[in-house]
Design a protein around this ligand. Structure first.
Ligand SMILES: [Zn+2]
Length: 125
């Protein structure tokens, strides 16, 4: 049947179709990320040093928590004190960054598979 042959020439193999579907899903997930960040967050409580302050004797009365963000900039560790809200956004950004790196690594593998083993049934578009 001529029509079936023509359709096979333009349709990718099921394996290639799955690969491209996964690539589209990766791109969609990457496009949905808002913040990406790196570094480390610390949430600390502090003792102020005044001998008559409650923090001196009661661990639950320590001041804070103070949120700190450390990251490498130009080869140097930079520390900033940030608000709780900024800490939450940075935490999300750090998680997004990890996810983005994993997705990029997978996308790279899929690209390699497609480039080194082209689908004989369809030209890359
Ligand atoms: Zn104190």
């Amino acid at each position: 049947m001529a029509s079936r042959q023509a359709s096979q020439r333009t349709q990718p193999t099921p394996q290639r179709a799955r690969l491209r579907e996964r690539t589209r899903a990766i791109r969609k997930e990457l496009a949905a990320l808002d913040f990406v960040a790196s570094g480390t967050l610390h949430h600390r409580t502090k003792v102020c040093g005044k001998p008559n302050c409650r923090c001196a004797s009661d661990p639950n009365a320590r001041h804070g928590p103070y949120h700190e963000w450390g990251r490498i900039r130009d080869g140097k560790l930079v520390q900033s004190t940030i608000t709780k809200q900024q800490a939450q956004l940075l935490e999300r950004g750090i998680a997004n960054h990890q996810r983005a790196k994993a997705l990029l690594a997978e996308w790279e593998q899929l690209s390699e598979a497609e480039i080194l083993h082209p689908d004989p049934r369809s030209a890359h578009r």
